[in-house]
Design a protein. Structure first.
Length: 269
């Protein structure tokens, strides 16, 4: 890990140590950039539906330098402990990769519920550049363990997520790095907004895919921060999931970008 990435990592860890003593109930029900239920770059130990079976349809766009990538996704939660999903990262021609193609990411997660916490093991398979640039197609993937714990932060419900894993890549055979990510979700003014607004920040030394757009951890790690709006608390939407993200990606670097996304979900028997 480079000196710059190490400094960013240590700064984030110090903040998380402070926050970690006061984390509360899970509030996020949104998909991460790659389609797994979670924060932004990192998955959480939760699945999309934990009290019933359900299906989620999501979308994120990431805007950087006048270009954008579009990531539609879908996930199914089964038996209160399994999540299966897929996402398509439809990327533009960008900088040194003018023929970058569309990527597919297939996710799987097994949730292990614990008292006041959650633990999950999961992974993803990535088929990169398989559309519009199949001459440069290759495979990548990740396995991980995610852990959530909860409490209060200045009397606001909040949740900390920690992820440890390992990424694999056809184009990299000697990488010995271990994946690490950490993030938190805090309800903003819960008495005033009733759980509508959440501030979410995550850090990772890995990106949402092996060929990310606008949230790239390659050089110094990636910190994303933004607001998540959970409209499911509105009585008219109480039986469905409707969540919106507004995010600053790679927030501490000069190539920072902006993302907007949403998840819509419904339960089923």
């Amino acid at each position: 890990m480079s000196d710059h990435r190490s400094k960013k990592f240590l700064l984030f860890i110090c903040m998380m140590i402070f926050l970690g003593f006061a984390m509360g109930p899970n509030l996020e029900a949104q998909m991460s950039f790659n389609g797994a239920t979670g924060l932004y770059s990192i998955p959480s130990a939760n699945i999309g539906w934990e009290r019933s079976n359900g299906v989620d349809i999501g979308y994120h766009a990431i805007f950087s330098g006048g270009d954008s990538t579009h990531i539609p996704k879908i996930a199914v939660s089964l038996f209160n402990w399994i999540e299966l999903g897929a996402a398509f990262d439809i990327q533009p021609a960008y900088h040194y990769t003018p023929d970058r193609g569309t990527d597919m990411i297939i996710n799987a997660k097994l949730r292990i519920p614990l008292a006041n916490t959650s633990l999950a093991i999961g992974g993803n398979f990535q088929r990169l550049n398989f559309i519009n640039n199949d001459g440069f197609a290759y495979n990548a993937g990740q396995v991980y363990m995610a852990y959530n714990y909860s409490g209060l932060f200045f009397n606001s419900p909040a949740r900390t997520t920690v992820v440890v894993g390992k990424s694999f890549n056809d184009n990299t055979t000697t990488d010995s790095s271990v994946d690490f990510g950490m993030g938190f979700s805090v309800a903003v003014l819960p008495r005033q907004f009733g759980g509508l607004v959440h501030w979410i920040t995550d850090f990772a030394n890995f990106s949402y895919s092996a060929e990310p757009f606008g949230a790239n951890a390659t050089h110094r790690g990636v910190i994303n921060s933004g607001f998540r709006f959970d409209f499911s608390i509105v009585p008219a939407f109480s039986r469905i999931k409707l969540v919106v993200d507004l995010v600053l990606t790679d927030a501490l670097d000069s190539n920072r970008a902006f993302s907007a996304g949403a998840t819509f979900g419904v339960p089923f028997q």
